[in-house]
Design a protein around this ligand. Structure first.
Ligand code: ZN
Length: 100
C-alpha cells in the first residue's frame, strides 16, 4: 500500500467528517440575514435590517457563551417577533470574521 493513498484517505475522511459536522450545524444553508454587523469599540453591534433595533456584544455576558452568538440570537428573536422573518445563524460567519 503506497503511503500517498493512506494520506489521501485520511484527508478524505477528515473532509467528510467536517462536511458532516457542518451539515449538522446547518452552516451550509445560506439565507438573507436579518441583521447587519458593525464593529464598535469593545465589541460588535448587530442592527436589524428592517428597523433601528440593535444589540451589541456588550449587552451580553461572556459567561453565558459566545457573545456574537448571543447577540445574533437576540436579533434573530427580534426579527422573528417584530418582522416575522426568522433566519438561520451561521456559526461559520463568526469564525470567518475574527473581530476582536
Ligand atoms: Zn427590527
Amino acid at each position: 500500500m503506497p503511503r500517498e493513498s493512506s494520506a489521501v484517505s485520511a484527508l478524505l475522511s477528515l473532509l467528510t467528517h467536517r462536511y458532516a459536522r457542518s451539515r449538522s450545524q446547518r452552516t451550509t444553508i445560506q439565507l438573507v440575514k436579518a441583521y447587519r454587523i458593525q464593529r464598535i469599540k469593545g465589541g460588535m453591534k448587530f442592527t436589524c435590517t428592517h428597523c433601528e433595533h440593535n444589540v451589541t456584544t456588550l449587552d451580553f455576558d461572556i459567561k453565558a457563551g459566545n457573545l456574537r452568538t448571543q447577540a445574533a440570537t437576540a436579533i434573530n428573536a427580534h426579527a422573528t417577533q417584530a418582522h416575522h422573518t426568522p433566519m438561520i445563524i451561521s456559526p461559520s460567519d463568526s469564525q470567518l470574521r475574527s473581530w476582536r
